[in-house]
Design a protein around this ligand. Structure first.
Ligand SMILES: Cc1ncc(COP(=O)(O)O)c(C=O)c1O
Length: 483
């Protein structure tokens, strides 16, 4: 298989152009709505689950025209995933529709962002109602939307974590968290994990630790600890051993005191990497012993995604000093937040601090509706049940396809790492693009990431069903069989 793939893939890569993230491959088959149809290799293509919604006809600009405008007027740094970029014009719950009305199962959820489903009616209604009354004022006046949402968010937090600062994005939330830690401790040094992603502004790019997401600009004061990655890490799944590296960094790389430690509880952009058991609790102890603050970046893993708990850090049995969030908090509305204790929050009174849009009425009304939907529709429980079912089916697929090196994650935050050699763990960078393209052709959209770009990131809306999971795995199975 490998020699054959080698020839086929080298021609694909050669044509893949200058962008690392775009991809050339053969489109697979007919529209997903066509149901059980014959694949061009005479395999039966599984049927996308039934869904009772027909989008309104689309008569707007087509993909080619948008692409042309995008190339001319938007940043050249923007990339797309497929050989023929998709023009997505409609969304309902866990499904997306393209310009021709073709329906796709969305297993990426706008990068773990759409948690209660695309265009969820409750969320839309809350935003519209608020927008009709008041879209924006300023923090200089009172408004109940921001106060109500802050109270609701605080009620989801353990311990004394109950003071909320609203931002517009995950990057902003992490920037603020890092600054708070520095102000509170009077120290500058931060420790983050290799392979992490925390944002792309000055401080957060420093905390981010993957060269493909870092520009060569000054990023001071961050030390990157060994990643406690059970699959690729040097100490396997021994969390305590990795934690010792943090102690060594403090002892040999700083003054002996630090501002804090920031970590995702499951790395998202880094390829759905779970942290070795015991790591977080051991590290939190070390950090607190030297007076540092522990920051949990819940931008991807928060809001019920991991299934067993509402927050990812809870799966590690720790209580952070500062929690940051974005993505799922708004189901697609630009909003983020930092939550900390009243004592720590006091540091921001040293100067004037505010954020023009952070916590505006429309976004906070939407965010509050998201929280209510998660509770009302038992989405955490659904993430647990459906996520476990999907993971088991993916594990079974691993037994069938040699190319699957690892299946991991929790709830509906799952990763499937592809390798061309299970022993050497050689990243199957080109193969994953091929599988992804084939899956799209059969009606499934999925994310991709990891340092080597060889990990499927499965982070769908939390209303994903078992039928969706079956469809997803059956389609992946066929796509892999074609390698
Ligand atoms: C864990 C994590 N933190 C922070 C960020 C930055 O969030 P944003 O893109 O909203 O600035 C991301 C974005 O992917 C993320 O995955």
């Amino acid at each position: 298989m490998r020699r054959l793939m080698g020839r086929r893939l080298s021609s694909l890569i050669a044509g893949a152009g200058r962008r690392r993230f775009s991809f050339l491959a053969q489109p697979a088959v007919a529209p997903a709505e066509a149901g059980a149809i014959l694949h061009k290799d005479a395999k039966v293509v599984p049927r996308i689950p039934r869904f009772d919604y027909t989008p309104p006809p689309y008569d707007g600009p087509r993909a080619e025209e948008i692409l042309r405008k995008r190339s001319e007027f938007l940043s050249p740094s923007l990339f797309h995933l497929y050989r023929k970029p998709l023009n997505i014009v409609n969304g309902r719950m866990q499904y997306l529709f393209d310009e021709d009305g073709r329906r796709y199962l969305d297993a990426f959820g706008g990068i773990a962002t759409v948690c209660c489903g695309h265009c969820h009616p409750d969320v839309i209604e809350a935003i519209i109602n608020q927008t009709k009354r008041l879209q924006h004022s300023t923090i200089f006046y009172l408004n109940h939307a921001i106060a109500d949402f802050a109270e609701a968010l605080a009620s989801k937090m353990p311990g004394d974590l109950k003071v909320v600062f609203f931002t517009n994005s995950g990057t902003e939330a992490n920037e603020l968290a890092l600054m708070i830690a520095r102000l509170y401790t009077g120290c500058h040094d931060i420790i983050s994990l290799r392979n992490s992603y925390h944002g792309n502004a000055a401080g957060t790019m420093g905390a981010t630790a993957q060269c493909n997401w870092k520009f060569n600009v000054i990023q001071s004061g961050v030390h990157h600890a060994l990643n406690p990655d059970p699959y690729r890490g040097v100490f396997g799944a021994d969390g305590e051993k990795y934690a010792r590296d943090v102690k060594e960094i403090i002892d040999f790389g700083t003054s002996g005191q630090i501002a804090g430690f920031i970590s995702e509880s499951i790395q998202g952009v880094g390829g759905i990497v779970e942290l070795a058991p015991g790591y977080m609790s051991a590290v939190y102890k070390i950090i607190r012993n030297v007076g540092g603050l522990c920051i949990a970046d819940e931008v991807q893993a928060g809001f019920a995604r991991t299934g067993s708990h509402f927050w990812g850090f809870e799966t590690h049995g720790v209580v952070p000093d500062i929690v940051t969030m974005a993505k799922g908090i708004g189901n697609g509305i630009p909003i983020g937040a930092v939550i900390t204790t009243p004592k720590i929050a006091q540091v921001l009174t040293q100067r004037s601090y505010f954020n023009t849009f952070g916590g505006n009425p429309a976004c906070t009304a939407g965010g509050h509706a998201v929280l209510k939907v998660i509770d009302k529709e038992n989405l955490q429980q659904n993430a647990l049940v459906v996520g476990s079912y999907l993971k088991n089916r993916l594990k079974a697929l691993q037994d069938k396809h040699e190319i699957i090196g690892d299946v991991r994650g929790e709830g509906l935050m799952l990763g499937v790492e592809l390798v061309t050699d299970r022993h050497l763990k050689t990243p199957a960078k080109a193969e994953i693009l091929h599988v992804m393209e084939e899956m799209k052709g059969m009606g499934v959209l999925v994310g991709k990431g990891g340092f080597y770009g060889n990990v499927f990131r499965i982070t769908p809306p939390l209303c994903f069903t078992k039928e969706d999971s079956d469809f997803f795995v059956d389609v992946m199975d066929i796509a892999m069989s074609k390698l």
